[in-house]
Ligand binder design. Structure first.
Ligand SMILES: NC(=O)c1ccc[n+]([C@@H]2O[C@H](COP(=O)([O-])OP(=O)(O)OC[C@H]3O[C@@H](n4cnc5c(N)ncnc54)[C@H](OP(=O)(O)O)[C@@H]3O)[C@@H](O)[C@H]2O)c1
Length: 271
């Protein structure tokens, strides 16, 4: 086959993954093929990326060894119907679509087609993504490891049972949006106290980055790290009291649960 990796739907997530793959040398520009829906996007992408880009998904699937499908969930069914006969045990397909179960994809492709369901987040675009991967029945260890290496080129990747994928979608898939609101609100607090907006935003963002890195690097429970920065009768405990009174904790828990519920319903609502 002419291409090592074909990406159906080179939009925000698809393009970010290509950048990670190129940066880590997992495939060269000549070993990748992309597809999008519109001619305008196709021409723009091909000239900007220097990667062959087509509108015909059948060409892409026929010529690619591994296929990543990164279109909106409602587009998946039509694309599988259009290309199903080209799949089989020798062609791996990885889906990034929120809420689309492995069984939905497997049942539309020839028996034995290896399928992996993934849930990345937008931070893959800057090499700081968080991706969960669930392999279907026909996926071999070596193929799963290769796909994991692609997502590790764009941040962190874990392998997880599919039953957890809606929870992952509600947490790390949607999570960047929650954290942007937290950063914006912390910065608003600084602005309220007279800090210039740009400085307040830098203080807030670096604080979130530092705290997140500390959790990952030390492996400590966040509650223990919180205790370490909370001096008895000090300043921070007063701030924490306000957070508890405002229900931040419960609100974040509910946000994750609600988004996971929505992920579970996506296929039924056809969005
Ligand atoms: N964005 C996120 O934070 C995020 C996080 C996790 C998972 N996901 C999942 O990743 C998938 C893609 O999301 P996205 O945000 O990257 O969407 P996006 O930016 O809208 O990209 C989708 C791409 O699919 C292309 N497309 C549409 N129909 C097509 C077809 N029939 N054949 C080939 N290409 C086609 C579009 O082409 P045109 O540009 O020409 O229309 C577009 O470039 C979704 O299923 C989403 O659930 C997204």
């Amino acid at each position: 086959m002419a291409y090592k990796l074909g990406i159906i739907g080179a939009g925000k997530i698809g393009e970010a993954i290509v950048q990670g793959v190129l940066a880590k040398g997992l495939a060269s520009r000549k070993e990748i093929i992309l597809s999008v829906r519109s001619e305008k996007h196709r021409a723009e992408l091909e000239s900007r990326m220097g990667i062959r880009t087509v509108q015909d998904n059948r060409i892409l699937v026929a010529e690619s060894e591994n296929i990543l499908i990164a279109v909106k969930p409602k587009m998946i069914e039509g694309i599988l119907a259009e290309t199903a006969d080209l799949f089989g045990p020798g062609r791996l397909i990885v889906s990034t679509a929120a809420g689309v179960p492995l069984e939905f994809i497997e049942s539309r492709l020839p028996p034995g087609t290896p399928v992996i369901r993934s849930m990345p987040n937008m931070a893959v675009a800057i090499g700081q993504g968080m991706t969960a991967l669930s392999p279907g029945k026909a996926v071999k260890t070596q193929a799963l490891e290769w796909v994991a290496s692609i997502f590790r080129a764009c941040g962190r990747a874990i392998i997880l049972e599919e039953e957890h994928m809606d929870a992952v979608t509600g947490l790390s898939g949607s999570g960047p949006a929650y954290v942007y609101i937290i950063i914006e609100s912390l910065a608003d607090g600084g602005v309220k106290l007279g800090l210039p907006r740009d400085i307040a935003t830098e203080l807030a963002a670096q604080t979130v980055l530092g705290a997140a890195s500390n959790v990952l690097i030390t492996g400590e429970h966040p509650a223990k790290l919180k205790d370490q920065v909370t001096t008895p009768a000090g300043v921070t405990i007063d701030g924490l009291l306000e957070l508890e009174a405002g229900g931040l904790r419960v609100t974040l828990i509910k946000a994750v649960v609600k988004a996971a519920e929505r992920s579970r319903q996506l296929m039924h609502k056809g969005k």
